[in-house]
Design a protein around this ligand. Structure first.
Ligand SMILES: Nc1ncnc2c1ncn2[C@@H]1O[C@H](COP(=O)(O)OP(=O)(O)O)[C@@H](O)[C@H]1O
Ligand SMILES: O=C(O)C1=C[C@@H](OP(=O)(O)O)[C@@H](O)[C@H](O)C1
Ligand SMILES: [Mg+2]
Length: 179
């Protein structure tokens, strides 16, 4: 595992990308990045503010720039959590597909709904009915997560530590079978 490449987490809002990414980075003693946090730091503003002032389009532009910068920098292997919409742009998917270790954290819509109901900082869930939004986005994005991922890990009804261990096992298995 010491030699494992950068681990990139994709999946819907509430899958646990940020939470599991941090745990994995601790277990592997690696740096952790979250594309959403990097976007916020570079913008000097939070995501709701960016959506309000620049629209989703402005946010997506920043997201692509951030992904590009993070993947092109020569760096030690890190753990990178992405935002749930990273797969919407073709150019992002092309970048992700070139990466050796992209993990899709799968969560059912019911579980996404439960986990995202605790916070207030996801602009896409602030308008309309969150269940309908998550259902619509899942139908659109689930095939795209599958398209870019090399490993899929189910997260429903599992404690974050259990999910992190499952990801580690799945990565080991994947790296062992890859030639
Ligand atoms: N496996 C899990 N079991 C229970 N709660 C979780 C799990 N993974 C994440 N959470 C919680 O769900 C919420 C959303 O998690 P987060 O890591 O922000 O997801 P994402 O980055 O994929 O949107 C947080 O409150 C987090 O503590
Ligand atoms: O699914 C999406 O389009 C988004 C997911 C969010 O990240 P998380 O998946 O970490 O919540 C964040 O990037 C933004 O609110 C948009
Ligand atoms: Mg997140």
């Amino acid at each position: 595992m010491i030699n494992a490449p950068t681990i990139i987490l994709v999946g819907p809002m509430g899958a646990g990308k940020t939470t599991i990414g941090r745990l994995l980075s601790q277990q592997l003693d690696r740096e952790f990045f979250d594309s959403d946090r990097v976007i916020e730091e570079n913008a000097g503003a939070d995501i709701p503010w960016i959506f309000e002032k620049e629209g989703e389009e402005g946010f997506r532009r920043r997201e692509t720039q951030t992904l590009e910068a993070m993947l092109s920098e020569e760096q030690q292997p890190v753990v990178l959590a992405t935002g749930g919409g990273i797969v919407m742009k073709e150019e992002n998917r092309a970048m992700l597909k070139q990466q050796p270790l992209v993990v899709y954290l799968f969560a059912s819509v019911a579980q996404q709904l439960q986990r995202t109901s605790k916070s207030n900082n996801r602009p896409l869930l602030k308008q309309g009915n969150p269940k309908e939004t998550l259902t619509r986005l899942f139908a659109l994005r689930d095939p795209l997560y599958r398209e870019v991922a090399s490993v899929i890990v189910e997260t429903d009804s599992r404690h974050p530590k259990t999910v992190a261990n499952k990801v580690m096992d799945a990565i080991k298995k994947h790296l062992a079978t890859e030639v």
